[in-house]
Ligand binder design. Sequence first.
Ligand code: BDR
Ligand code: CA
Length: 368
Amino acid sequence: MTDPPAVTPLLLDVDTGIDDSLALLYAAGSPDAEIVAVTCVGGNVDARQVAENTRAVLELAGRDDIEVALGRETPLVRPLVTTPETHGPKGIGYAVLPPPRRPLSERHAADLIVAEARRRPGQVTLVTLGPATNLAVAVLREPELPLLLRRWVLMGGSYRSPGNTAPTTEWNVSVDPDAMKVALTAFSAPDVVARREAAGLPALPLALGLDVTERAKLLPERVAAIARRAGSRPDPARRGAEAGAARAGSAAPASAPSAATHPVIRFVEDALRFYMEFHSRYDGFYGAFVHDPLAVAAALDPALVRSEELAVDVELGGTLTTGETVTDWRRAWGRPPTLAVAVEVDVATFFDRLVERIGTLAARIGPG
Ligand code: BDR
Ligand code: CA
């Protein structure tokens, strides 16, 4: 297999979303990433709000040069369900950002994905951080897409751990299971896998499901470390209260807007406060799973995870399990593998990079 390039061209498909925002900041702060463009899909919030949030976050990061395209606004065949209780009414928690200045791209997300993959065959890594709807549309428009991308890396699925939406389902797949099925079928077709192998490309898409992303628990101490790295003036009283609550595993401390001097840090603190309150209510700790930045980190450096090649399929007709990523751990089907499923992750290195990259980006932007 060819080595990953020193600078990885990334297409990010997002449903921004608090952890999608952090993923955008992570990518913007990564010297080994070239953000080719960002495409938007409905998921955590509706697609138009996703497009607003995405452009606003990129502008906060000083990246108003990046093309942002709107994609499909509803799942392939089901109605869109959003999750304001997880990400806030607008998808960025308690944070408030100025309206974006840069207009949306005139290209549709699916056309953009196809065009950029065709422009640089075998080079671009597509990272999907929301439902796979745009990717499914892209694959239906260009069946050769799985051969044109360097790799598809996805945050999605729950392979050996409980779900976070229904007992066995993960949010991104459960919002549009039909799209996941279309994309997975296209990328794992035997002739595609064989041709990718022959071209020296990673044979299968890399999936980061809840099995690994729920090991990436961001605690308030780490948010304080990002602020310190940025040189943002700290707010020790509030951070102390948060850290105390995290240690005690207690409910969230009283909510107070961030007083950080640096706008990127203010955004991170205000967005994450909402997400941490959510996790405190539903997951028993004051902190947050940062699913999406982990997927971007693994796309840039696949050595952060160990994966197993497994036959995975998507349940579409269950009475209790629609959207489940059914995984043949014991090879009972005798089918060829369809996904490289991440099963272990180097969480410490990931968090060091998160602190370093977002902290350095925040320092570069400076105080407001
Ligand atoms: C995924 O669902 C969304 O709410 C998050 O942004 C993440 O992409 C985790 O299940
Ligand atoms: Ca997401």
